[in-house]
Design a protein around this ligand. Structure first.
Ligand code: B12
Ligand code: SF4
Length: 570
């Protein structure tokens, strides 16, 4: 018996920008395949799908944006191996189910919704005894107790590991916060943090390190969701690092309240944490209240500065298009980035993700643009599924002005200087070491041998080849190198800054306001209804409560923001 895991992500939408990571889902689920099965993992970014050898079962996975590329590879393999069984799982299945378009995936023999740790071996057992055809088309699983997770199959990854930019090690699942737009906290049992066993986590870091990997993405919806566990995990990492005299560099996802915990930040630096993805979302208070991102309220500016002062790089999540956004939002955001020394940033417009309270609020108020007939997502344009309160022309023009302001070399130099000043002035800085997450040499190695990546790198260089941009590039390098003996990680900040600057330039190259597919509410939209519309239907509310979603408290914040909006008559 043989199962092949096929990773076929959409390359166009790839947000990795040339820093490809291994498909964790495949190497992890492989650990749950019965021992009598042969297992192969095919990553279509590295190998030709057409060369895929025969298997009894082909397993696919992906996120929503991967629909078309997965479908293409599926058709190719189905034509080649009509006798094989094709199954699919991953975030796409849950999302499509919420959007009531799961039939779109019925080209696969079975569709797995939610966790696969128990469902996959059960399915393979029925395959072996020939009863799988009698199983339901859609197989939904209960959540798997993550504390019982198994170690990924290192025997399968060891020969491929060096082809990736680094490794992803999963640490925890879920987040206790309340954000209205977030599709993480609405998964069953996910509005709380579920953690991995620390010895297992360390054993995976150790195994990767022995394969020569030093850059890690610590996959967590919120690494500090359980702060006691996070501290214990970081302590264990430091101990492992010291024992092995290891130099590693880590990226993770967490929330802004880290700024309050100086001890944890200090330890995280010692453990090798370099880049932190933090959802800033909006620099406007009422927009934060509207989306119930209460941990960000009234603290953002100071908090970002404090986190930076330890030497971390914040990769910020930034969103435009909240109901409460003022007309100055684009300029306010640029100013915020400038003053707080943010060297990352790739803002987007608010999307209503299926299954979230925002999705329900938009649907209830007739503001959701449902595209059941459309497979995948319109890509070339900047387009979303919400009718915004703001005028769509204003949003398109404002965003393009934001992009122009952002890629302007003068702005870039200012934000880099603010970043350097923050790292130097507060005395909180702790060096991570020589191996920075944004390591240009590992990045270069990842570009060579991959035509798409190489092309992207040439485009970056071409973009920078203009006198004012070249000056900024070299002057920025001079600024960080001048401080290198005392603040070596500023070099990491520099490369991340250059990466972020050129990413934005490449992403919106040639895009004009005509390429925007944004929509606004009709002119007769009754804004006094905003408050009522924030109240979810009893059916949705009770389903969410059953899944452990803290929906009432979130709604109360959203309503407060709507009350304010209605009172202001905006
Ligand atoms: C690491 C990560 C990244 C990394 C690396 C991704 C990579 N190349 O692997 C980076 C930073 C590059 C990234 C980027 C993006 N990401 Co991301 N990312 C994650 C994160 C934090 C972990 C992913 C992971 O490996 N999890 C561990 C594995 C084991 O979980 P899993 O894949 O879900 O698999 C489980 C089940 O789904 C199931 N399963 C999965 N496949 C299959 C198949 C079968 C046959 C079966 C039976 C079961 C099964 O079993 C597994 C074990 O339970 C998740 C959030 C999360 N906590 O999962 C978001 C997540 C996957 N990302 C998401 C998004 C939206 C993006 C971006 C589009 C963000 C953006 N706007 O730029 C980009 C797209 C990049 C791209 N095209 O690859 C969404 C996807 C939502 C959706 N439904 O589409 C997620 C779920 C976060 C969220 N809810 O918002 N991401
Ligand atoms: S902080 Fe908000 S957006 Fe981030 S994972 Fe938690 S609930 Fe979701």
């Amino acid at each position: 018996m043989k199962i092949t895991f096929v990773h076929a992500p959409e390359d166009y939408y790839d947000q990795n920008y040339g820093t490809q990571f291994a498909p964790l889902w495949a190497f992890y689920l492989a650990a749950y395949v019965p021992a009598n099965w042969e297992v192969e993992v095919v990553d279509c970014r590295l190998e030709k799908a057409a060369n895929c050898k025969k298997a009894d079962v082909f397993a696919f996975s992906g996120i929503n944006q991967d629909y078309n590329s997965m479908s293409k590879v599926h058709k190719l393999l189905k034509a080649k191996y009509p006798e094989s069984t094709f199954i699919v799982g991953g975030p796409i299945t849950w999302s499509f189910k919420q959007e009531k378009k799961i039939e779109t995936l019925f080209e696969y023999d079975h569709v797995f919704v939610l966790d696969g740790e128990e469902a996959l071996p059960q399915f393979l057992a029925s395959y072996e005894n020939g009863t799988h055809k009698k199983l339901e088309k859609v197989i939904e699983s209960p959540r798997y107790p993550f504390s019982q997770a198994k170690q990924i199959r290192f025997d399968l990854i060891k020969d491929k590991a060096s082809q990736y930019y680094g490794a992803i090690v999963e640490a925890s699942r879920g987040c206790p916060f309340l954000c209205e737009f977030c599709d993480i906290r609405v998964l069953p049992s996910n509005n709380q943090t579920n953690v991995k066993s620390i010895p297992l986590f360390i054993s995976e870091i150790d195994a990767y390190y022995k394969l020569g990997i030093t850059n890690f993405q610590i996959a967590s919806d919120n690494f500090i969701g359980k702060s006691g566990w996070a501290e214990a995990c970081v302590d264990a990492l430091i101990e492992w690092k010291e024992k092995n005299k290891a130099q590693i560099s880590l990226f993770t996802w967490l929330t802004i309240n880290i700024y309050k915990n100086t001890e944890l930040m200090t330890k995280m630096r010692k453990a090798g944490f370099s880049i932190l993805f933090i959802g800033i979302e909006s620099v406007n208070s009422n927009s934060l209240l509207e989306t119930a991102k209460v941990q960000n309220l009234n603290v953002l500016e100071d908090a970002v500065k404090i986190v930076h002062s330890h030497g971390f790089i914040i990769a910020p999540g930034l969103i435009f298009g909240f109901d409460s956004d003022p007309t100055t939002i684009f300029d306010d955001t640029l100013k915020f980035i400038d003053e707080t020394g943010i060297v990352g940033a790739d803002p987007s417009f608010l999307m209503a993700l299926a299954g979230t309270p925002l999705y329900e609020r938009m649907r209830k108020s007739g503001r959701l643009i449902e595209r059941k007939d459309e497979r995948g997502i319109e890509r070339k344009k900047v387009s979303t599924n919400i009718r915004y309160l703001q005028n769509s022309d204003f949003l398109a023009h404002g965003f393009m002005k934001f992009v122009a302001g952002f890629i302007d070399p003068k702005f870039q130099l200012r934000r880099l200087k603010s970043h350097i000043a923050l790292v130097m002035e507060k005395g909180n800085y702790i060096a991570v070491g020589k191996t920075g997450y944004a390591n240009p040499w590992i990045y270069l190695r990842n570009q060579i041998g991959n035509l798409g990546n190489l092309k992207m790198m040439m485009q970056r260089l071409f973009f920078l080849a203009r006198p004012d941009r070249l000056y900024t590039t070299f002057y920025g390098l001079y600024l960080v190198k001048r401080q290198a003996s005392k603040y070596p990680d500023l070099t990491t900040s520099y490369f991340y800054w250059l990466y972020s600057w050129t990413n934005m330039a490449l992403k919106y190259q040639g895009v004009t306001v005509k390429d925007f597919g944004l929509h606004s509410v009709p002119s007769d939209f009754n804004r006094s209804q905003l408050l009522n519309q924030a109240e979810l239907s009893e059916e949705v509310r009770s389903k969410m409560k059953t899944d452990g979603v803290k929906v009432d408290i979130q709604t109360s914040y959203t309503k407060k923001a709507m009350e304010k909006l209605v009172a202001e008559g905006k």
